[in-house]
Design a protein around this ligand. Sequence first.
Ligand code: HEM
Length: 394
Amino acid sequence: MTELYWDPFDPTIDLDPYPLWRRMRDEQPVYHNDKLGFHALSRYADVEAACRDPRTFSSAYGTVLELMTSEPMGGGMMLFTDPPAHTTLRTLVSRAFTPRRIALLEDYVRALCAELLEPHVGGGGFDYVQDFAVQLPSRVISELIGVDPADREEVREEIDRAFHIEEGRGVVNEVSFAAMMRLHAYFCDQVEARRRSPRDDLMTALVEAEVSTGEGVRRLTTGEAADFAGLLVSGGTETVARLLGWACALLAAHPGQRAALAADPSLLRNAVEEILRYEAPSPVQGRTLTREVRLHGTTIPAGAKVLLLTGAANRDERVFAGADRFDVRRHFDGHLAFGLGIHFCLGAALARLEGRVGLAETLRRFPVWDVDHERAARLHSSTVRGYDRLPIVL
Ligand code: HEM
């Protein structure tokens, strides 16, 4: 038996991490990577318990391995805060980011899918990720936030640059940093403009939201509201693009299930959950231990970086029978692709909507396709996993 070694930055391992993740679950449920200095939990029960215990498993030191620090990060990025700061921020943004506001986007998402897919009807094929999956979420986020139509193209290009990946440096590079700074400045201007003249949009709702704390009524500062808009962009673009890419590849590999979905779109809701379970777009979430933890006979010291492998947990045979079998009709209670507990993905309803409508509109126009695997390319950072290019032949 070869030595068990998992490296989240290794692009070859990333192509198919599942055999390794199975060994980690079975042989070393508390895995330790000496070279990169982290521990990893891969069983469903352990990842679930860790997500539900933010007091021990802190997000305040960052949650993306290459960006994790030994001091709390500070700042208003909800994803990188613990209670009580997280509770206040999440309550405030939840007042603006309501299920009603998301549900209202369905017609827009459908129209956008039609606009993006229709030009390919009758053609020989197109790149499903670059021409569709990447375009859809960044435009949906712009609509949701309330970006002016005149600024949309510029904002979309800036969002693209914010996800620029460099060999060896991942998402931590000057191009993406500069783009994030420009987006932040743009959102600050927009927030200030909403304070002067309110509109019926998310950004206005954000600046108007209030919460009562021990120190009186609290509203978001301009910087916090802009941070949140930036978090929506970074949390809601990359991930949805990967979800749609996985959907396209998985359904091409399972033509019988694809035909069933084309014939009965009511199966799509469950299919989206199974796609998320089977290929989590964001399969790794980082935490830092605030105290020593003993688990499966191993002691993890306070201050240790612990990676929660939600993608491995979703293939745990202890919870999912035949976990490596893709089955859009599978009955199951839940999965961890959106995380769990206090940081559970705020955009889950929107992601599900984009996944369901995106697939429905695809299947309506293109019931059958093949993937050109020769020309397909993967994109990979320590937290995002999926296709960057996925040419399909119609
Ligand atoms: C398939 C698509 C998506 C996936 C797989 C995904 C995954 C996740 C995961 C795993 C977390 C928890 C991270 C952790 O525990 O550290 C998270 C949090 C979050 N997501 Fe998503 N996400 C998706 C789409 C979206 C969308 C569309 C939005 C916004 C429009 C969004 C906004 C957020 C925000 C704001 C948080 C932070 C919540 C908090 O810290 O309380 N996500 N997401």
